[in-house]
Ligand binder design. Structure first.
Ligand SMILES: Cc1cc2nc3c(=O)[nH]c(=O)nc-3n(C[C@H](O)[C@H](O)[C@H](O)COP(=O)(O)OP(=O)(O)OC[C@H]3O[C@@H](n4cnc5c(N)ncnc54)[C@H](O)[C@@H]3O)c2cc1C
Length: 590
C-alpha cells in the first residue's frame, strides 16, 4: 500500500465522480483518452515514490545554505528529482501544445501533481511556482515574453518565483514600495526589497524568472498604482541582473523550498554598467495586482491541495502504524494473558483515523472539483463558462483555507495516533505537521481569506456566486434524498439556508469593520458546509457500489455529518448574534 496517496481514491475522484472522460469530448482535450490519463497518473505516482519521497526527510534536515558568494547550496537529490520531473514533461501537463505542453485537462494535472506534493512538499514547491508563473505569462505576457520565458520554464530550464511581499507589506499589498524607473528603451529599472520569496535563489535551473510587483514612479498610491514586471536573474546575453540574495529565512517546515530575502537594485551587480534590476512590464501599467491574481488564484488552490495531500499522507502513515502497533486490550477484557490488540481496535483511535480520512479525502476532492471548474471554463462558453468562473472565484478562499486548517488538524491527529513515537523525528508525521503549518499563512493568511470571502466573494454580482452554489447544493440534496439519504440531505439543506441568511444579514451591516470582524468564523462555517456538500456528492458517486473502498467513503461521510456539520450552527449563531466581544476589545487590556 502506498503511503503517499491512494490511487484507488484518485481514480474514484477523477472518473467515478468528476467524470473526467466527459471533458475529453472537447476539442482541446480530444487527443487524450482514459489510457493517456492513466499513464500520466501512473508516471506521477511512480516518480513521486521513487524520486521525491525517499529524500523528503533529508531535504528537511539539510536545509539550503547561503554561500559567501551569495549563491545557495541545495541537496543534490533536489536537483535530481526535479530533473526527472522536468524530463518527463510534467512541468507542462495542461499547457497548450504550441508552447510545448501536453494539453491535458487541468484537473488531471492537479491530480498527478498531488503525488509530488504529498511525497515531498518542499521540493514540489519549485514546480508549482514555475508552472503558475508560466501560466501568468501565458495569459498576460507578450509573444516575446512567452518565447523568452514561458517556453524555457515549461521545458524546466528556467524556474519561476512570485515577488509580492516586502518586510512592511505582507497582507497589505497597498504598501508595496519597490520602485520601477522607466528607461528610454521600454524597459524599467527596479529598486526595492522583497521578503519571503520562495525559490528566490538556487542552482536548480539555468535561470530564475522573478515576477515582481512594483510601483512605477509617479503612480497613484495603493494597489491601483502597482504594476507587474518580469525580472530575469540572468539577462539575455548572460549578464547577471541586479537581483541579490540578502539572506535566507530559516523555517519551521517546508525547508526544501529555499526562502529568500531579495534586494532589487542594490548595485551588487551592475548590468549594462548601472545599478537597478532590469525588468519589463507584464500587462498594462497599474494592472499589476489584477495580473498577479492569475498566479495567486492558481497558487491558492495549489496551496489548498498541498495541505490536503499532507493531511492525506499523514493519514495513510497513521493508519499503517495503527494497524501494526499492538497496545492494550478492549474495554471489558481484564485478562493480561490475552494478546494485545492493534491500535485500530480502540474506538478512540478509529475516531482519529476516520476524522483524518474525512478531512483529507474531502479536502482533496474539493480541490480537484475546483480544478475541474478551470476545465469547464477552458472548454465552454456563455453562461456555463461564466458560472464556472464565478463559482471558482467564490470557492477559492475555501479551497485554500479549509484544507490548511483541517488537514493540519489531521496531521495533529496523525501524531496523536503514533503516541510518543509521533513526537520523534524517527517517524514522518511530525514533519508533515511542520510542513503543513505554513499553509494557513502564505498566499493570503486565513484571516485575509475570510475577509475576501465575506467582503467580496459572496457579495459579488449581488450574490450570484452564492446563488449558483446554492443551486448545486440543492441538486445534490435532491439526488441524496432519492438515494435514501434524506436525513443528511436535510441537514445540509438546513445548514446552507442558515449560511445564506447569515451572509445576507452581514451584507446588510453598513459598517465594514463590524461586518468583517468575524470573517474568519464565516469562512470556517462556509467551509464546513462546502465539505458536507463534497461528502454528499462523493457518497452519491459511491451509491450502490459494494466493497471496502466504498464503505470507507460512506463511513467518512457519516463521520462528517455526525461530528463536523453540527459545528456550523453555533458558528452561525455567533455571527447572527452580532457579538462584539472582539470588536470592542481594547487591545491595551490584553
Ligand atoms: C514560508 C513562506 C513562504 C512565502 N513565500 C512567498 C513568496 O514566494 N512570495 C511572496 O510574495 N510572499 C511569500 N510569503 C509571504 C506571505 O504571503 C506572507 O507572510 C503573508 O502574506 C502574511 O504577511 P506577513 O507575514 O507580513 O504577516 P502580516 O500581514 O503582518 O499578518 C500577521 C497577522 O495579522 C493578520 N492580519 C494582517 N492584516 C490584517 C487585516 N487587514 N485584517 C485582519 N487580520 C489581518 C494576518 O491574518 C496574520 O494573522 C511567504 C511566507 C512564508 C512564511
Amino acid at each position: 500500500m502506498s503511503l503517499i496517496l491512494s490511487r484507488r481514491d484518485i481514480d474514484f475522484l477523477l472518473f467515478d465522480w468528476l467524470d473526467v472522460e466527459q471533458l475529453l469530448v472537447a476539442e482541446r482535450y480530444a487527443a487524450h483518452d482514459r489510457a493517456t490519463i492513466d499513464a500520466v497518473i501512473d508516471l506521477a505516482a511512480s516518480l513521486a515514490e521513487e524520486q521525491f519521497a525517499p529524500f523528503n526527510k533529508l531535504s528537511d534536515q539539510h536545509e539550503p545554505k547561503m554561500l559567501e558568494d551569495g549563491r545557495v547550496k541545495m541537496p543534490a537529490e533536489t536537483a535530481t528529482a526535479l530533473r526527472h520531473f522536468c524530463e518527463a514533461g510534467l512541468m507542462a501537463m495542461s499547457q497548450p501544445h504550441d508552447v510545448g505542453g501536453m494539453q491535458l485537462p487541468f484537473v488531471v494535472e492537479k491530480a498527478a501533481f498531488a503525488w509530488f506534493q504529498a511525497a515531498n512538499a518542499g521540493t514540489s514547491g519549485y514546480a508549482l511556482l514555475t508552472t503558475a508563473a508560466a501560466n501568468l505569462l501565458l495569459e498576460h505576457g507578450s509573444p516575446e515574453q512567452i518565447d523568452a520565458y514561458v517556453r524555457p520554464m515549461l521545458a524546466g530550464r528556467f524556474f519561476g518565483t512570485m515577488c509580492l511581499s516586502e518586510p512592511q507589506a505582507g497582507s497589505s499589498l497597498a504598501d508595496v514600495r519597490t520602485r520601477a524607473v522607466r528607461q528610454g528603451d521600454g524597459s524599467f529599472r527596479l529598486f526595492g526589497n522583497k521578503m519571503w520569496i520562495s525559490g528566490g535563489e538556487h542552482d536548480l535551473a539555468e535561470s530564475i524568472v522573478h515576477l515582481v510587483l512594483a510601483r512605477v514612479e509617479g503612480a497613484v498610491p495603493g494597489v491601483k498604482g502597482l504594476s507587474l514586471f518580469v525580472v530575469p536573474r540572468d539577462l539575455p546575453g548572460g549578464d547577471r541582473n541586479d537581483v541579490s540574495l540578502a539572506g535566507l529565512n530559516h523555517k519551521m517546515g517546508q525547508r526544501g523550498t529555499v526562502n529568500t530575502l531579495l534586494n532589487f537594485g542594490e548595485g551588487r551587480h551592475q548590468p549594462q554598467g548601472a545599478a537597478g534590476a532590469i525588468g519589463w512590464l507584464v500587462g498594462a501599467e497599474g494592472q499589476g495586482l489584477a495580473c498577479m491574481f492569475t498566479m495567486m488564484n492558481e497558487a491558492r488552490v495549489a496551496v489548498g491541495t498541498s495541505a490536503a495531500t499532507l493531511g492525506y499522507t499523514g493519514y495513510l502513515h497513521a493508519l499503517d502504524y495503527a494497524r501494526g502497533r499492538p497496545q492494550g486490550r478492549v474495554p471489558g477484557n481484564k485478562d493480561p494473558n490475552s494478546g494485545q490488540v492493534p491500535l485500530t481496535r480502540h474506538a478512540d483511535v478509529r475516531r482519529m483515523l476516520l476524522a483524518q480520512k474525512a478531512y483529507a479525502e474531502g479536502a482533496l476532492a474539493l480541490n480537484l472539483y475546483c480544478a475541474r471548474l478551470v476545465d469547464v471554463q477552458r472548454t465552454s462558453d456563455g453562461d456555463v463558462r461564466e458560472e464556472a468562473a464565478l463559482l471558482l472565484d467564490m470557492l477559492t478562499p475555501i479551497a485554500k483555507s479549509w484544507p490548511s486548517q483541517w488537514c493540519l488538524a489531521a496531521n495533529d491527529l496523525a501524531i496523536q495516533v503514533h503516541g510518543g513515537y509521533g513526537y520523534t523525528r524517527d517517524y514522518n508525521v511530525e514533519q508533515f505537521y511542520r510542513d503543513n503549518r505554513l499553509n494557513p499563512i502564505h498566499e493570503g493568511t486565513h484571516g485575509i481569506q475570510g475577509i475576501d470571502l465575506l467582503g467580496r466573494k459572496v457579495a459579488m454580482q449581488e450574490g450570484r456566486a452564492l446563488k449558483i452554489f446554492g443551486e448545486k447544493v440543492g441538486a445534490t440534496c435532491q439526488l441524496a434524498r432519492e438515494a435514501g439519504l434524506g436525513e443528511d440531505a436535510q441537514a445540509l439543506d438546513d445548514a446552507f439556508v442558515e449560511l445564506e441568511y447569515t451572509s445576507f444579514l452581514l451584507q446588510a451591516e453598513p459598517d465594514a469593520e463590524t461586518r468583517l470582524a468575524n470573517a474568519s468564523i464565516f469562512l470556517e462555517a462556509f467551509g464546513h458546509v462546502t465539505l458536507a456538500w463534497i461528502w454528499l456528492e462523493q457518497v452519491g458517486a459511491a451509491a450502490a457500489k459494494q466493497g471496502a473502498f466504498f464503505d470507507g467513503k460512506r463511513a467518512a461521510a457519516r463521520y462528517f455529518f455526525a461530528y463536523e456539520l453540527p459545528k456550523v450552527e453555533p458558528m452561525l449563531a455567533l455571527l447572527i448574534s452580532g457579538d462584539r466581544t472582539t470588536l470592542d476589545l481594547d487591545p491595551d487590556i490584553l
